[in-house]
Design a binder for this molecule. Structure first.
Ligand SMILES: *Cc1c(COP(=O)(O)O)cnc(C)c1O
Length: 371
């Protein structure tokens, strides 16, 4: 059996008719660019804000820009420090550097892989301006505690929700705990466009106006009236139309991700691997299903031979990437983030993954350990 890590083709086949109509509509109306008056992009923004339960959504070109634009809107720049987790996609820390501020890494929790709140306060200095927790793999970071820390130290709180569309803690959706949140709609994310796309949500009207202005070349509502120098970061009309269709399916797809993950957990309960955990009253949306094992490389090679594609998210923690070599971090600075990348393995998880495929993957994992 051959099983892809993600299979976007299957999803397209399921909703082809609606997607094709939506795309054709954009071509017919030439609404290609997400400028201030593109109705399809505005419609997506309203729908997505409603889905998250935030007052405002502003679409942009990708999830990395979303973080950068938010940092700019909160006036974070040279001389400032921003706290980020030691494990994430580089976009989180890269955005901080790209506005001229310094990313300050904090180690992660070994059970849930998100930033460890008990290690945040020791990293706060007079220069610290913001915290960017990442809801890694779709599991919400410990927002109740992180929010308290942010409040106590008067820090801006920006949630990186790129992997966590629709994740919740109790009745609160991730993206509404902090001052604002960034989302990615990269094709492989839980809600994915057909190309790069991103968005920001906030309940703060002033911030909503500012991020829209920044992403639209500094225009605040009128064409050719540039109040500031902004940048070009818009969502394409075609992607907005696609996302409008897909958003209607997101909750049902998320439920499939969760049920597939439950099935993995059941079938692998006896296998000598560490399975992902979900904190009490949290909704983990399983962007990824990450197991841990000391024999990771051999297991991955074996599964590949059996036709199963796996991935490693991520092979190196952020502080130990070449990009940060100049910071001179040592293994003991972030012991959890330093060691975990050698043990983690992401198994395929996507809504269209079939029951028999999950069974096959689990059978192969068990037979690896039995041989
Ligand atoms: C994907 C991702 C981003 C960046 O999103 P792009 O749309 O690819 O720019 C940021 N943060 C995290 C945690 C991500 O997984």
């Amino acid at each position: 059996m051959k099983i892809n890590f993600v299979d976007l083709q299957r999803q397209y086949c399921d909703i082809k008719e609606e997607i094709d109509i939506a795309i054709q509509k954009i071509i017919d109306s030439c609404a290609f660019i997400g400028n201030l008056n593109n109705p399809f992009v505005r419609e997506f923004e309203e729908n997505f804000a409603g889905f998250i339960g935030a007052e405002h959504c502003v679409a942009c070109a990708n999830g990395t820009d979303a973080i950068e634009i938010l940092l700019k809107a909160f006036d974070i720049g040279p001389g400032d420090e921003v706290i980020v987790p030691a494990i994430s996609w580089i976009a989180t820390s890269e955005a901080v550097t790209n506005v001229g501020a310094l990313p300050v890494f904090v180690d992660i929790e070994s059970d849930y892989y998100c930033i460890n709140p008990s290690l945040i306060e020791e990293k706060i200095t007079s220069k610290t301006k913001a915290i960017i927790p990442v809801h890694l793999y779709g599991h919400p970071a410990d927002m109740p505690v992180i929010s308290e820390i942010a409040k106590k130290h008067n820090l801006i709180l920006i949630e990186d929700c790129a992997q966590a569309h629709g994740a919740t803690i109790g009745n609160t959706t991730t993206g509404t705990f902090g001052d604002a949140a960034s989302f990615s709609f990269f094709p492989g994310k839980n809600l994915g466009a057909y190309g790069d796309a991103g968005g920001m949500v906030t309940n703060n009207k002033d911030i909503a106006d500012t991020i829209r202005m920044i992403s639209q070349h500094g225009q605040s509502g009128k064409k050719h009236q540039h109040l500031i120098e902004g940048r070009n970061s818009r969502m394409d009309g075609i992607n907005a139309a696609i996302l409008n269709v897909k958003l209607r399916y997101l909750d049902q797809w998320t439920k499939k991700r969760i049920s597939i993950s439950d099935e993995y957990k059941k079938l692998l309960s006896e296998a000598p691997v560490i399975l992902p955990k979900t904190r009490e009253s949290y909704r983990h949306v399983h962007h990824l299903f990450v197991i841990r094992t000391k024999n990771r490389d051999a297991l991955m090679q074996y599964l590949n031979q059996e036709g199963i594609s796996c991935a490693i998210q991520y092979p190196t923690a952020l502080p130990y990437l070449d990009a940060y070599a100049n910071r001179g971090f040592k293994p003991e600075d972030f012991p959890v983030a330093y060691s975990i990348p050698n043990e983690i393995l992401s198994l395929p998880v996507f809504p269209e993954l079939k029951h028999v495929e999950v069974e096959y993957i689990c059978e192969k994992i068990i037979s690896f350990y039995n041989s």
